[in-house]
Design a protein around this ligand. Structure first.
Ligand code: AVJ
Length: 365
């Protein structure tokens, strides 16, 4: 059933088409736009060049979200080049405990984790970003092959190039893909001995039903696509519930880096759909929703606003109205282990830090 999700079109997981791939590799449209403007000192708006926008599926997804009540923008659009850099800065903030806590758990339990997952595998990191976490893992696991998958393709390519330098014997690949649309690996990636690594508690960005579907896809990915004795595994980071003040500070830091990260999504969306968001008219909100056990991030309009985008789309916002940009679910271990079981994983093993703030979980189909 989950296998079908990788290939069957559905609202959550549209098929992966060639045009989208081209869009990832294209030059950022705003660069071409600015260069052109530089040649024409007083661009007439009627004649201004129309920048190349995102492919239709991205355009449709974003504009549909903006027209929802309340408006939403998927958190995956945080990660343009600047957004990926801002996220890297977040991971170094004193308030943002997840990255360093996960790192400490992996260091503390390195031997046990290596024992559980096994050496010499094909390591597939989802949402690889700067590949920093995989780098540490590669030192202990010495995988024959590493595949970094990330939506921010240029950022990922640089990171994978650095992996090749540090591990010359390892076959390191970069796959620029939106994993929520299903990941297709290059055909020559070994089907057995796969370890999917999904660190950072990024699974928390998805609503539980969607998270379950993604876990099912990961199970299929490591299941060797029907190959017997695939001997695959999943190593995943989970942020656990904790004191609300600790949680909220992590998503609303004193230096304002998370605010800048949240607001940057508007600039990115402007490039993707040709909209006219002015980030200065919005403010960052982050709070813990106890009932749903999730941090919510929103952007709040500071005055009545109208936003327009290419093709004649328009959305009015009242003062105080919000765009929901992110959820970050905090699962307890029993709840998460149950979700793993429903996704077809068993033999779950978890390691945590002394305060019980973050867990690294290994499971096998
Ligand atoms: C990358 C999803 C793990 O939810 O903690 C950090 C993203 N958002 N600060 C998280 C994020 C705001 C992060 N993940």
């Amino acid at each position: 059933m989950a296998q079908a999700l990788l290939q069957t079109p559905s609202p959550l997981l549209p098929t992966q088409g060639a045009p989208r791939q081209a869009a990832w590799n294209a030059k950022p449209p705003h660069l071409a736009f600015e260069a052109f403007e530089g040649l024409a000192p007083e661009p007439d708006s009627a004649q201004a060049p129309v920048p190349a926008l995102a492919d239709p599926s991205v355009f449709d997804e974003i504009t549909a979200g903006l027209l929802q009540q309340p408006a939403t923008i998927s958190p995956k659009y945080f990660y343009d080049q600047l957004g990926s850099e801002l996220f890297e800065s977040i991971t170094r903030l004193p308030e943002y405990y997840p990255t360093r806590t996960e790192h400490a758990v992996m260091q503390q339990h390195a031997a046990a984790i290596a024992d559980a997952v096994g050496h010499g595998r094909t390591l597939i990191e989802l949402g690889a970003g700067n590949c920093e976490k995989a780098r540490t893992l590669c030192r202990t696991l010495a995988p024959a092959c590493f595949v970094g998958v990330d939506i921010s393709a240029d950022f990922l390519h640089d990171a994978v190039a650095r992996m090749r330098e540090e591990f010359p014997g390892m076959d390191a690949r970069a796959v620029g893909a939106d994993m929520t649309r299903g990941v297709t690996l290059p055909a020559d990636i070994p089907r057995t001995g796969r370890l999917v690594f999904y660190p950072g508690s990024s699974i928390g960005n998805f609503d539980p039903p969607h998270a379950l579907m993604l876990l099912e896809q990961m199970r299929d990915l490591v299941d060797g696509e029907g190959e017997p004795h695939a001997n695959g595994g999943l190593l995943i980071g989970i942020d656990l519930p904790k004191d609300v003040d600790v949680l909220e500070a992590a998503y609303d830091d004193a230096a304002g880096v998370t605010a800048a990260f949240n607001l940057n999504v508007l600039t990115h969306v402007n490039r993707l759909i040709g909209s006219n968001f002015d980030p200065a008219q919005w403010r960052h909100l982050a709070f813990f929703n106890t009932l749903q056990s999730r941090i919510e991030m929103h952007l709040q309009a500071m005055s009545p606003l109208q936003v327009r985008w290419q093709g004649g789309g328009v959305r009015d916002f009242a003062a105080g109205e919000c765009i929901h940009t992110e959820n970050s679910y905090k699962y307890t271990l029993p709840v998460f282990t149950d979700m793993l079981a429903r996704a077809g994983f068993s033999r779950a093993q978890a390691w945590t830090d002394p305060r019980g703030w973050f867990a690294v979980v290994h499971a096998q189909p």
